[in-house]
Write a protein that binds this ligand. Structure first.
Ligand code: 1PR
Length: 541
């Protein structure tokens, strides 16, 4: 029996799913006594540092938790669950942490890096540990904007560091108390193996691995001398556009320039759960579902889609994003749902991130006219689930102009002139699945949404969608250059070389494709191989 310290600050479904998948039952900690009675305690630590510590205090959990930890009983903290062990965090100045480890948690310097640090990175392990035996060459999924630094005062705790604009603490262990900055429950087979080791309390020792107890803390102060800095991998994402076909079945479909019909019929490229499971097994770093007709139907009535998410999250242990229909809605009984209500349901069903399309465009128009007032879906969802959980899906189309002065929108000079030889264009945002263009450009959209608290941009291109001609590098460079949050390049991938091209020519953090994977034209492994051969960091399964 595993006790889960779910203090109601956010989404812990992924962790529950992973533990259940490994064959364990999860019981919730409800009272301080439940902490002391736990055999093994999981502390997922979701949401912001201050909110997490505040809830622990309100519930009277701080003292029993410290007693539990000081008694060296089995504990696994994840993400904020690691950060709370330190003395405090710049995320929530003035809020004390548990103070078990010396040091403060600080923000990554956003000017030089995409923040959050999101994706698959490696571990530079300081000392032999049974927990990580045989897993030190693997990558694990990180998503965080704040990090702790190793120093002499906490050296006897630090098990591994990871590099992102400098080293930070990615794993600590002292006796039976373990905490990880990354998410094992979202780190594929390697993460599940690590979780299993904690849950069983026994360790499968890799051949040739010699467990060693540190004789003196001095040993721990020296990072492993021979290990080079770790690198954040370029992510490869499989995207499933999902909708009902004319027979009423929920299918994965795929359009050309967003037109998903062929001879009048909705293209059917497979079943959503099966395809997602296939991509997980084949090494996709993330999976995205876009409920592409949710802009006209109310998504909470779409129980099959929620069921798809539930079933997928029980068998896919990499991050899952879902988009479509995240907006306020009033049903036929006059009941009003907020965008946060819709997002809540998606998170409860197994999403790790939600993606907002049309509503983001309307929000930008409103912010331009009236300023931000905290009421947008982006602000509300980011406040509850964290910035990293809010993706903005952008559906832009090129609009050519003869000169930059022709429009107040963000114009670029293009190497691909328009139909009348125009050398300039802007990227017009659309809503309702590309059906309606609005007077907002992709650069303004990305900037405003990032300022409101979005954590990532999923950058489609209607012009390139389904074309196989490669990503729109000009679009991606323009948007990437305007924000400090990760950008996912999407639309147009036709061969592995296009992934190499987008990561060489732009600073995109991830690249997404649909058609080539659905039609089995290019295996995900072939994309990873091409990237590795070009010297780019990738996660290999
Ligand atoms: O507006 O918040 O309800 O969200 C609707 C979501 O559905 C948006 O994220 C929007 O991008 C998506 N969407 C709506 N209509 C379509 C359509 O295709 N008719 N799909 C659609 C967007 C683009 C990508 C595609 C890439 C890669 N599809 O998802 O997967 O272009 O394709 P490729 O590799 O085959 O070129 P809201």
């Amino acid at each position: 029996m595993i006790s889960l310290l779910d203090y109601g600050a956010g989404n812990v479904r992924s962790l529950r799913n992973a533990v259940t998948r490994l064959g364990y039952e999860v019981t919730d900690v409800r009272t301080p006594d439940d902490i002391l009675a736990a055999e093994r305690l999981l502390f997922p630590g979701v949401g912001a540092f201050g909110a997490a510590m505040g809830r622990l205090r309100e519930l009277g959990f701080v003292e029993p938790l410290l007693d539990y930890l000081r008694a060296d009983r089995p504990f696994l903290g994840i993400c904020i669950g690691l950060q709370c062990l330190f003395e405090g965090s710049d995320e929530s100045p003035g809020v004390p942490g548990l103070g078990l480890l010396a040091g403060r948690v600080e923000r990554f310097p956003a000017a030089a890096l995409s923040v959050p640090h999101m994706g698959w990175n490696g571990l530079r392990v300081h000392r032999d540990a049974e927990l990580l035996a045989g897993l030190t060459a693997d990558r694990f999924y990180f998503v965080h904007s704040y990090c702790a630094r190793a120093g002499t005062a906490n050296a006897d705790w630090v098990l591994a560091e990871t590099d992102y604009g400098g080293p930070f603490v990615s794993a600590v262990q002292h006796g039976q108390v373990i905490a990880l900055q990354f998410h094992p429950e979202k780190s594929g087979p390697a993460g599940l193996e690590l979780l299993q080791r904690f849950l069983t309390g026994t360790v499968a020792v890799a051949p040739g691995f010699a467990p060693r107890i540190l004789s003196a803390p001095e040993d721990a102060k020296k990072p492993h001398p021979s290990l080079p800095p770790t690198r954040l991998a370029k992510r490869v994402i499989a995207c499933l556009d999902v909708r009902n076909n004319d027979a009423g079945d929920l299918v994965v479909t795929k359009g050309d320039q967003y037109d998903v019909r062929e001879q009048g019929e909705v293209r059917n490229l497979g079943k959503p759960v099966e395809l997602a499971a296939r991509y997980y097994a084949e090494g996709a770093d993330e999976i995205t579902f876009l409920n592409i007709t949710a802009f006209r139907d109310f998504p909470l009535r779409d129980q099959p889609m929620l069921e798809v998410l539930r079933r997928t999250s029980e068998q896919v242990f990499v991050p899952l994003t879902i988009g479509g229909g995240i907006r306020a809605f009033t049903d036929s009984d006059g009941h009003r749902y907020t965008a946060l209500d819709v997002a809540d349901e998606y998170f409860r069903s197994g999403a790790d991130k939600i993606s907002i399309g049309s509503d983001a465009v309307y929000t930008v128009e409103q912010v331009r006219a009236e300023g931000a007032d905290g009421s947008s879906a982006i602000e509300q969802i980011a406040a509850r689930y964290g910035n990293q959980a809010v993706v903005i899906s952008v559906d832009p189309r090129r609009v050519y102009v003869s000169a930059p002065e022709a429009t107040p929108r963000h114009v670029i000079e293009t190497a691909f002139p328009g139909p009348n030889g125009e050398r300039f264009c802007w990227f017009q945002c659309t809503v309702s699945g590309g059906r309606e263009g609005r007077d907002v450009d992709a650069v303004e959209l990305a900037r405003t949404c990032a300022a409101l608290g979005a954590g990532e941009i999923l950058l489609n291109s209607i012009d390139r969608d389904g074309s196989g001609l490669g990503f729109d590098l000009e679009l991606i460079a323009a948007v990437r250059g305007a924000v400090h949050i990760p950008v996912i390049a999407s639309s147009g991938a036709g061969k592995p070389g296009h992934f190499v091209e987008v990561f060489s020519a732009t600073d995109a953090d991830a690249a997404l494709a649909a058609g080539i994977f659905h039609r089995r034209e290019v295996p995900i492994a072939a994309v990873k191989t091409a990237l590795a051969e070009a010297g780019m960091p990738v996660r290999v399964v």
